[in-house]
Design a protein around this ligand. Structure first.
Ligand SMILES: [Mn+2]
Length: 321
């Protein structure tokens, strides 16, 4: 499959790369990293990246943007996106051929060719695999620019190699990137720099959160509070790990009110898988990291009830309590 994907990249003169809305460092890292990898080897191809420029991640690079006519006869690659509703820029449909490249559990096979590797830590890791698998046949070279983007995606999605999704293959992929003489200090400084308003909002979270008996920690953040800390939908997700690593807590949840009155839930787990519960509430994701969307505040209790139940079951099954 990795070979087949590259043969399509070789066959098309025009390539446009998409990724999901509300991009995270892996979405951008895999998108910009693959673009840099293709450009470095095939100077004559038109390679463009599209999607919203997320201000908090502008240090990773800017989107090129594309015209409608660029899609004529083009190959579209869609990175890190499990379902079509989350693809940033619906013009992917205008292309001659589309390929999905992702590491999330399969939700929808929306492209002509769908490649999913759920054992990869990140989509950026898959891009390194694409390079590694095809480098000899096509004499590919990993530039410092490509390696910087891919390294950023891998460390962000693997939590600097702390999460369960880190495998020997993740470390092997990273080894290749280390060899490209990337400026790791600079990347870490950009990725982990905390802005003052976020740190102050963390203070709010730490003073407001509650913990259930079963071990679900959560906080609710109304829209006016988000505004008082100048939080946006792009930056507020940085608060999710404020509640990580608390003794006795298995699952932690951030509940954010949206402009339209709906409630966005970011859910993380150290215990039970939570992606199936998230799916019941108009969301989904990974077993230990998911998101959901609730129609109103009153619905949040239903979500918390289900998470409490999952924690109780998990305790009974694995901890005998
Ligand atoms: Mn990802």
């Amino acid at each position: 499959m990795l070979k087949e994907i590259w043969s399509h990249i070789v066959a098309f003169d025009k390539i446009i790369i998409h990724r999901h809305i509300s991009p995270d460092p892996d979405a951008l890292g895999s998108q910009l990293g693959l673009a840099a990898l293709i450009r470095h080897t095939y100077k004559d191809k038109m390679v463009k990246t599209v999607g919203f420029n997320e201000p908090s991640l502008s240090w990773m690079g800017e989107m090129d943007g594309a015209l409608d006519e660029d899609y004529e006869g083009a190959l579209v690659l869609i990175m890190d996106t499990a379902n079509s509703a989350r693809i940033d820029d619906s013009r992917y449909k205008l292309a001659a051929k589309s390929i999905k490249i992702d590491h999330h559990p399969v939700v929808e096979e929306y492209a002509d060719i769908n490649y999913t590797n759920t054992s990869a830590s990140s989509t950026s890791e898959i891009v390194v695999n694409l390079y590694e698998f095809n480098k000899e046949a096509y004499q590919l070279q990993l530039s410092e620019e490509a390696a910087t983007c891919l390294y950023t995606g891998i460390i962000a999605d693997s939590g600097r190699f702390l999460y369960d999704n880190t495998t020997i293959d993740t470390l092997k992929a990273t080894q290749l990137l280390y060899a490209c003489e990337i400026d790791r200090n600079k990347i870490h400084e950009c990725l982990y720099r905390r802005s003052l308003n976020i740190v102050q909002a963390q203070g709010y979270v730490l003073s407001q959160f509650e913990v259930s008996e079963a071990g679900v920690a959560y906080f609710k953040m109304p829209l006016d509070v988000q505004k008082s800390y100048q939080l946006t939908t792009g930056t507020r997700s940085a608060l999710v790990n404020t509640l990580a690593n608390i003794e006795g807590v298995l699952v932690w949840v951030c509940l954010f009110e949206n402009e339209d009155g709906r409630i966005r839930a970011n859910i993380r787990s150290n215990g039970p898988a939570i992606h199936e519960i998230a799916a019941k509430f108009d969301g989904g994701g990974h077993p230990k990291a998911s998101g959901a969307m609730l129609s109103k505040w009153e619905k949040s209790q239903e979500l918390l009830d289900e998470l409490n139940e999952a924690c109780q079951m998990y305790r009974r099954e694995t901890m005998n309590v």
